[in-house]
Design a protein around this ligand. Structure first.
Ligand SMILES: [Zn+2]
Ligand SMILES: [Zn+2]
Length: 250
């Protein structure tokens, strides 16, 4: 005897059960503002908080993107970094910090989609993805990849690459040495920790190409500096950097 014959609305019942399960699994309080979560497009963070991201506004340093600077900042004027320009979407605080935390450290892949959407709709005005030959996410070591199950920078960069119609390059720049988590180290130790951590496989692919490096969070720039200097050994035409967030102290 089928369930339908006793008059049950099976699809409706399943929907009710799954909605109950969602309410049960996801706490009803927004993790950012602590208000009632309500109906949201993503778990944990309310729709109001998603509207509250602090995007960087021009002017910013022509090279390193430090906000509040016309032309070049003092550091770039005296000893410019080796990339052409670094651009960032928003400050690493409140909603964005929480969303990246869920995504990266709590391994909640469901955050990839809203973060990609955020990047593609708030791209800095002087960053044109279509100008690049390749997008290269900052790689993580295979040990960390095993632990986390995915590279957060690769997932985000893939969404940017797709929207911009630019190929994503993931096998050329590799992290061949496992390093201690950068967040556990001070500024000097961070640079030392990374020396020789990256290598380029098949450098011919990027020779004379315009490259855009992508990372989720820019903190001291130690990782970016190391990657950029490694990339230049393969003679690309251009190396720029895009990050989703940057901490307030840089
Ligand atoms: Zn909220
Ligand atoms: Zn600068």
């Amino acid at each position: 005897m089928g369930i339908k014959s006793i008059g049950l609305d099976v699809p409706g019942l399943l929907r009710d059960i799954s909605e109950t399960a969602i309410t049960f699994l996801y706490p009803a309080e927004c993790r950012v503002c602590k208000e009632f979560l309500g109906t949201t497009s993503t778990p944990y963070i309310c729709n109001n908080c998603w509207q509250d991201i602090q995007f960087l506004e021009a002017p910013w340093c022509d090279i390193c993107g430090t906000p509040g600077i016309h032309g070049l900042c003092e550091a770039c004027a005296t000893a410019p970094p080796r990339y052409g320009k670094l651009r960032t979407l928003a400050f690493y605080q409140t909603t964005l910090q929480q969303a990246i935390h869920f995504f990266k450290f709590e391994k909640k892949k469901v955050f990839a989609r809203p973060l990609i959407q955020l990047i593609n709709t708030h791209m800095p005005s002087d960053c044109n993805i279509a100008e690049y030959d390749f997008i290269l996410p900052i790689p993580i070591h295979k040990k960390r990849l095993r632990e986390r199950g995915f590279n957060q920078a690769t997932l985000l960069a893939n969404g940017i690459a797709k929207a911009g119609g630019v190929p994503l390059l993931t096998n050329t720049l590799v992290r061949h040495r496992h390093t201690v988590a950068q967040s556990s180290l001070n500024r000097e130790a961070r640079q030392q920790n990374l020396t020789g951590a990256f290598e380029i496989r098949n450098p011919a692919i990027i020779r004379d190409k315009r490259l855009l490096i992508f990372d989720d969070v820019f903190t001291t720039g130690a990782t970016i500096r190391e990657v950029v200097s490694e990339l230049w050994t393969a003679d690309p035409a251009e190396v720029d950097v895009l990050t989703l967030a940057r901490t307030l102290n840089v």
